[in-house]
Each structure stands twice: as C-alpha cells, then as structure tokens.
Design a protein around this ligand. Structure first.
Ligand SMILES: Cc1ncc(COP(=O)(O)O)c(C=O)c1O
Length: 415
C-alpha cells in the first residue's frame, strides 16, 4: 500500500482544522472522495448535464450513457449476474426502506415473521418496524452475546420455533459499532437450508471486503455511495432478479412506468427502472461508478493486509489505556473466525465520549461520538454513548500514533 500516493488523490485530506492538519477518522460515517470522483461530478455538472432517459439531445444521451456505464461498473464490482439486479437508491437507508416496503407489500401477511439482529444500525430496524406495523407481521431479534458475535444455534432456534419459518433474515455485513465481519457464508447457508432469504446491510461491509453476491448467494445487499468514496445521495440495492421481478414498486412517477392510462391504469417498466421513480441522481450515480472503478484499481489483498495491520496496532495501543473497553474484539466465536476492520468504538472510564471528541477536534482529529445510530446495541452494552474512530484506506500509521497521543492528552485533561 502506497498511502502517500493514495492520499494525494484525496484533496479533502489537505484541509486544515483550527490551523492543524486534519486527521480524518470518521470514515464509518462518511468517507472523503478521490479526484477521479470529484472530476466526474464537476464535468457532468459543468458540461454534460441533461436528464437521463428522456431526450434525444446530446447532453441527455451523454448522461444516460454514463448512468448505464455506472450500473455496469457496479454490477461487475459485486459480481451480480445482471444489471437488472442493480437498483439505484439514495443510500443504504433508501435501499432498506425500498426493500422493507416492496418485500413487505409483496410477500408478508399478518402473523409472518422477519428476523433482524441486535447489532443493527437504525436503518435496518426502523423500516422493518414500519413494515410490520403496516402488514401485521412480527419482528424477531437474533440477540448477540457480549462479544457481539452471532450464535447460529440461536438463529436455528428462531427458525425452528413454532409456526411457519420467517419470511426474511436481515443483518449487517459489518456492524458500524463493532467492526466485526459477520460470517455471512455460514449464516446464509443456514438461512437457505430453512428456505429463508437473506438481506444484508452492506453499508460498512462493501468498503472493507470484496463482495461477490453470487458466491455469497445473498438475496439482497444494500450499500451507500458516500462511505465507498463516492458521492452522497447515492446507493444501491442489489436483489436477485427472481425477487425484484415479483416485488411491487415502492414509489410511482416518471421513468418507472411502461404505460400510464387514466382509463386502464399503469403498467410498470422492466427492471431495474421499475424501482427508480423520478429523475435519478444520475450525476451522483456516475460519480459512484467512478468510485467503484477507483476501488477496482486498488490491490485488494494489499489493502486488506494494511487494514489488518492498522487494526492490530490500534487494538494493542488501546488496550494500554486504563478503563478503555473496545467493543467488538476479533476472535473465534462459535467456531467462526471474526476478523475486525479498523473501526473502534470505545467507552473510557471517567471521560464522556463527546467531551473527548471535542478535545480531539481541537487537535485536528475528527471522530464520532454518541449513539452511533445503534441505540439497541448500546443499550445491550449498558452504554448511552461511545467514541468511535474509524479508519479508511488513506489513513496512515502516523495518524494512528497521533490519535493515540491526542487521546491520552484528552484523557489527562478530563480525568
Ligand atoms: C451499518 C450501517 N447501516 C446503514 C447505514 C445508513 O447509511 P446511509 O445513512 O448512508 O443511508 C449506516 C451509516 O452509518 C451504517 O453504518
């Protein structure tokens, strides 16, 4: 990994904060964007802005072509079998709301069950709660143990309990609190054995792991562009074609129709447009295509090795801080190896996360503090707020060392 070459491609990293060099460690919330992405956004806004799928003029043709090219890049990136399986959304939240609505309207009836885990981001809880309210279904929770690992026996117990098997299991690839990579292959195999389709919240997963939706045999996979070095307001719902074909659309409007008649009603467009009502965020999508191409140019093995090095060093250093608990420790749980990505959510005795975060900010370091949009998991751990430092491919070992020094300084001031 040539981090200095990579850093050169991210102009935002040159920002000064209170006159100090920015150390950006809030990548779990959103990542900075490379020049390749920024250039596409600028070029399209400046000189190629025409609405997609609508006109025969040059600008519209150009932006339509780029929109299609981005879909193909993303299909290739996650190895979906068809572009019909790539639906553009506004982000992971948009993807999961689409899924909960359309899957719910199509397949769920009163009394049916849907399963999520205790480790979810609110985006993979609330849409399912809303769907259950609408349809009369029940939301069941696959609880985690103290380590944050998922016991497959507990899942089988939910599947085996009286009544019909659940209609869907939805879980995160990587929790935004724990940073642990869930053993998706094993979980999907168990779920499919029981005939339960699986949806994965890949907001954090797609950033750190190579995702091959066909090899995983996952039924749905949702992610955001802005965490993957792409533009905000972009996202993807991957879905197996057999489901997407059957599912009813969730929003109506232009572009998602085949024909509209006031007398005969409406017929819908073919996939994937059936799920893309209204003017698409085509400029953002072109930027997302560029972000994915940027990722594909990287050496994935070197990147994973580099992240593993940062993770190991950070865990070692954090373990030397008295009274510091880091949630989500890598290890073997229930016979499965749980690797950790460089995302560290911690509680430190005698210092409130937001006080620490504010002091770090004054030293130029951006970290996250609070509930991390995962209130149930924090409640599970008896916490009301955590401090989270999350690293991206452009963060350096020197930045980690600087963060550790600054953290110790902040703790000296606070306790
Ligand atoms: C695990 C997880 N799921 C879902 C989301 C929601 O993503 P977005 O706000 O981009 O829709 C996030 C964002 O932090 C996340 O970390």
């Amino acid at each position: 990994m040539n981090t200095s070459h990579i850093r050169d491609q991210f102009p935002a990293l040159k920002t000064k904060v209170y006159g100090k060099p920015l150390v950006y460690l809030d990548n779990g919330a959103t990542a900075q964007k490379p020049i390749k992405v920024l250039d596409v956004l600028t070029e399209m806004n400046r000189s190629l802005n025409g609405n997609v799928h609508r006109a025969v003029h040059y600008l519209s043709i150009q932006s339509t072509e780029r929109y299609h090219r981005a879909r193909e890049s993303i299909r290739n990136f996650i190895n979906a079998s068809s572009e019909n399986e790539i639906v553009f959304t506004a982000g992971t939240t948009g993807s999961l709301n689409l899924l909960a609505y359309s899957f719910g309207q199509t397949y769920i009836k009163p009394g049916d069950r849907v399963v999520i885990t205790e480790t979810e981001h609110h985006s993979n809880i609330v849409p399912w709660q809303m769907m259950c309210k609408r349809t009369g279904a029940l939301l069941e929770v696959w609880e985690v143990d103290e380590s944050g690992a998922l016991d497959p026996k507990k899942l089988e117990k939910i599947f085996d309990s009286s009544g019909p098997v659940p209609k869907l299991l939805s879980l995160p690839h990587i929790s935004n609190v724990l940073g642990l990579i869930n053993p998706l292959e094993e979980i999907i195999t168990i779920a499919h054995y029981y005939g339960v389709p699986v949806a994965v919240d890949g907001a954090q997963g797609i950033v750190h792991k190579k995702v091959d939706v066909q090899a995983l045999d996952v039924d749905f996979y949702a992610f955001s562009g802005h965490k993957l070095y792409g533009p905000t307001g972009t996202g993807v719902l991957y879905g197996k074609e057999k489901f997407l074909e059957e599912m009813v659309p969730w929003q109506g409007g232009g572009d998602m129709i085949e024909s509209v008649s006031l007398k005969k009603g409406t017929t819908y467009a073919q996939l994937p447009l059936k799920f893309e009502a209204g003017t698409a965020n085509y400029i953002g999508v072109a930027g997302l295509g560029a972000a994915v191409e940027f990722m594909q140019e990287l050496n994935t093995e070197a990147l994973e090795a580099y992240e593993a090095e940062i993770t190991k060093k950070a865990l070692q250093e954090l373990s030397t801080i008295e009274g510091c608990i880091v949630y989500g420790q890598p290890g073997t749980y229930y016979g499965q190896n749980y690797e950790k990505t460089p995302l560290f959510s911690m509680a430190i005795d005698g210092a409130h996360p937001s006080d620490i975060a504010q002091l770090l900010d004054r030293m130029g370091i951006a970290v996250r503090s609070g509930m991390l949009c995962a209130e149930p998991l924090l409640e599970r751990y008896g916490q009301t707020a955590l401090l989270r430092a999350s690293f991206a491919l452009y963060n350096t070992v020197e930045e980690l060392e600087f963060f550790m020094e600054a953290l110790k300084k902040a703790l000296c001031m606070l306790r």
